[in-house]
Every structure is written in structure tokens, then in C-alpha cells.
Write a protein that binds this ligand. Structure first.
Ligand SMILES: Cc1ncc(COP(=O)(O)O)c(C=O)c1O
Length: 429
């Protein structure tokens, strides 16, 4: 019997697009590429420019031009709390309260600030559990935090995962926590793996980590805006993310962090200090408050004043995500990624070596494939109008992003990838 949810013909892709409740969002972006027929499958790397962002940035430039420093306090659009205006929306996207979220810095910087608070080695409990493959910056954060505490990173890092092309898998994480939990201070993992697109069960990991007496934090760079998150309900201790991937806030846009309120409210929890984490009333006094008294929420981790021009794009970008809603984004994402996968399997057959988990619960909007010459494949696909990215030497990542990619693009991409794989195979003889 034929499957009514899948056909391989082009008209079926068009039918899926006509029935897509998110179809209207595509026109609210400026999709990169000199001609409209290019396929931008790079939302996992840098999301495209939302049309409303130009005005949002221009508005702050106008404020600077017209009022100069008074823009910090001039109502209604004050710079002094520009980040605060986006907190409610940001918090809803990661499943937190606004008091648990702060918008500041870049992702790796935020990870350092969080590790300064949450990596407190004591007695036997000195190690940090990370995954392999681990994003290089995350590894460097952990290595240097360990070294800062006088611990040899070779000894201090514990890894889960096979080191090749995944999956990392919940079993290995639970086994590490069962066997060596009393040596682990912090479990620190990518919620969605950057290389394979594997989505970890963060709730289950949090439970297992807490049972073993460990603190647990996640890098959500590839998860935020991609998959539903419920950081508060899951009891996660801390998390950080960038906003330039699936949130489409642009290059250099301000990043986010989450601190569970049980820690945010804890005045004893160590934070690295700066005037923006301090009591706002005391900020502009030069006398009278010599001590750093951190605010009792995630804002207590802020160090510097809001970087206005890097914050302004967050307004329209987060609004687009909130307006579409994470349930609808996830629903389309599952169908779009599943459709692309089925087409690729049908067309490319044994030439296709996917390393992304096959079940929808274990992945987001990304399919990664292994190939002998990833750079060559990327370049030949770029020449045919499909833009995707490479993790050298052998992984190519395709990210059909539900807010702006279409089923018809997935249909075309599947054909282009198949043709490129066939050409590679013929060339290799
Ligand atoms: C998983 C992951 N972690 C960390 C980073 C580093 O981000 P940043 O340069 O914004 O600190 C990236 C960047 O792409 C990433 O993908």
C-alpha cells in the first residue's frame, strides 16, 4: 500500500508548501544569494537577515545621532534596559522565567562566566564530562577552566561518545555518571551536537547528573530556536547559546544565558563582577558602594552595559520565532527534515552515509553526511545553487530551517546532492 504522507514527485513538494502554515514567514527574510533560486541550507551556521532588522538597527543609530548619550535614559526606547525588553520572549523560547535569562556577550564568553560560578572542584569531584565530538570552543573553555584551577586538562576531562561520527547516546552518559559520578563536578554537553545534529535528552541527563551529585549545563547553540526547550522544568543548572543560528539575530549578535533560579537567587553563589551585575540603583554612584552585590537573578552574571548595536537585531528576530511558535516550528522541522531524509535515501541509496540519528526525537533541523571529500562536495553543490556547510575533513551539514526553507527546496536539494554524490563516485571510479 502506498504511503499518503510521502511521494517522490515534484508536485508533492509543492502540495506540502501550499499546506504549510509557516509558508508566509519566508518573505520576512532577505535570503542570501544573488538569485532567488539559490537554496540556503545554512541556518545552523548563520540565519538570514529578517527584513525588520534594518529598521531596528537604524532606529538605534538614529537615537545615537539625535540624542547621543541621552538615549540611555530617554523614554520610550531606553538603551539602559534594551536587553530587558527582549527577556520575556527569549525566556519563552528556552522554557525559563525572565529572571533566569540574561542577554549578554558572546557564547564562549558566557560559558566562561558560567563555569567560573559552577565549576567548583572539591576533593575527588574535579572532572568535567564532555562529549566527543565536542565543539572546539567548548573544549577550550573547559580545558582552560581546568588549568585555571591547577588541574591538568588531560586528567580533568572525561569524554563520552565514540569520537568519530556519533551518536553520543544517553546510555554512555548514564554509564559514566553511574561509574564515575563522584569524580565529576560538571556535566557539560551540547544539547544538539554541532557535527551530527544529535539531540540529547536533556531532561534525562539532568536527572542522572543530579542523582550523581553533579552540576549540569548545556551549550544550546544548535538547539535554541531549533527544538523545544524547558530548561526550568528540567531543572538544568545553567546553559548558554548564541542567537545567530536558528534565531537569525545576525553576526556578532548578543548571546544568551540561563541560570536556574535556585542558583540565581542564591547570593552566596560566586559570580565574576561588573557594574551591570550589581544593584542598578548603585550603578552610577561613585561613592557609597564599594562592594559588588550581585543581583538575585540571571542579570547578576552581567558584567558590561548592553551593547546596543549588537542587541537591536534580537528584537525582530526573537519576535519572528515567538510569532511562529516553537510547537509549529518543531512540527514543520520534523516533517521537512524527514522529507529530505526520505528523498535522499530514495535517490542516493547506498551512496548516502548519514550520521544524524534517524528518529525525529533525537535530532533537530539538520542532516549531516559523511563523504570522502566534504570540501569538494560543498564546492560542487555551491556551483549548482545549494549552499551548505562543511566540517573538514569529511562531514557536510544540511540544515533545512523551518522558518524560511521550503519543501520544494528540500526536493531540489535531494536531487542536487544525489547528482553530486554520483559524480564523486564516478570520479573515484
Ligand atoms: C556548539 C557551539 N559552541 C560554541 C560556539 C562558539 O560561539 P561564539 O563564537 O559565539 O562564542 C559555536 C559557534 O558556532 C558553536 O556552534
Amino acid at each position: 500500500m502506498s504511503d499518503p504522507t510521502f511521494r517522490t514527485d515534484e508536485e508533492f513538494a509543492r502540495e506540502l508548501d501550499r499546506a504549510d502554515p509557516l509558508a508566509g514567514f519566508r518573505d520576512r527574510f532577505e535570503i542570501p544569494g544573488s538569485d532567488a533560486s539559490r537554496i540556503y541550507f545554512l541556518g545552523n551556521s548563520l540565519g538570514p537577515l529578517p527584513r525588520a532588522t534594518r529598521d531596528a538597527v537604524a532606529h538605534e543609530l538614529d537615537g545615537w545621532s539625535r540624542r547621543g548619550v541621552d538615549s540611555y535614559f530617554d523614554s520610550p526606547a531606553t538603551w539602559v534596559d534594551l536587553d530587558v525588553r527582549y527577556l520575556e520572549t527569549m525566556a519563552s523560547i528556552v522554557g525559563a522565567t525572565r529572571h533566569e535569562v540574561a542577554l549578554m556577550n558572546g557564547l564562549s564568553v558566557n560559558l566562561h562566566l558560567l563555569m567560573a560560578s559552577f565549576y567548583r572542584p572539591e576533593g575527588r569531584r574535579v572532572r568535567v564530562l564532555i562529549e566527543r565530538p565536542c565543539f572546539p570552543s567548548d573544549r577550550y573553555v573547559v580545558q582552560t577552566q581546568l588549568a585555571w584551577h591547577g588541574i591538568d586538562p588531560e586528567d580533568g576531562i572525561l569524554e563520552v561518545g565514540d569520537g568519530e561520527h556519533g551518536p553520543i547516546g544517553i546510555e554512555g552518559i548514564e554509564a559514566a555518571l553511574r561509574d564515575r559520578g563522584d569524580e565529576i563536578a560538571v556535566v557539560f554537553l551540547g544539547g544538539v551536537n554541532f557535527l551530527t545534529g544529535e539531540l540529547l535528552d536533556m531532561e534525562r541527563i539532568t536527572e542522572a547528573a543530579h542523582s550523581a551529585g553533579c552540576v549540569v549545563g548545556f551549550d544550546l547553540a544548535h538547539a535554541v530556536g531549533n527544538v523545544p526547550l524547558a530548561l526550568s522544568d528540567w531543572g538544568v543548572d545553567f546553559a548558554a547559546w548564541c542567537t545567530y543560528k536558528y534565531l537569525n539575530s545576525g553576526p556578532g549578535a548578543v548571546a544568551g544565558l540561563f541560570v536556574n533560579q535556585r542558583h540565581a537567587l542564591d547570593a552566596e553563589r560566586f559570580r565574576l563582577g561588573g557594574w551591570w551585575g550589581n544593584d542598578p540603583v548603585a550603578r552610577f554612584r561613585w561613592r557609597g558602594q564599594d562592594d559588588f552585590v550581585p543581583r538575585r537573578d540571571a542579570a547578576g552574571w552581567q558584567v558590561s552595559c548592553p551593547p546596543v548595536l549588537a542587541l537591536a537585531p534580537l528584537g525582530p528576530a526573537l519576535e519572528l520565532c515567538a510569532e511562529a511558535g516553537m510547537p509549529a516550528i518543531r512540527d514543520k522541522s520534523i516533517r521537512l527534515t524527514g522529507y529530505l531524509e526520505r528523498l535522499l535515501e530514495h535517490l542516493a541509496g547506498p551512496l548516502l552515509r548519514l550520521i544524524t540519528p534517524t528518529s525525529a526525537e533525537s535530532r533537530g533541523a539538520q542532516l549531516s553526511l559523511v563523504t570522502r571529500d566534504a570540501r569538494g562536495l560543498q564546492m560542487s553543490l555551491a556551483a549548482t545553487g545549494l549552499d551548505l556547510d562543511v566540517r573538514e575533513p569529511d562531514v557536510v551539514r544540511l540544515a533545512p530551517a523551518p522558518l524560511f526553507n521550503t519543501f520544494h527546496e528540500a526536493w531540489r536539494a535531494a536531487h542536487l546532492v544525489t547528482e553530486a554524490l554520483q559524480a564523486q563516485e564516478e570520479h573515484d571510479g
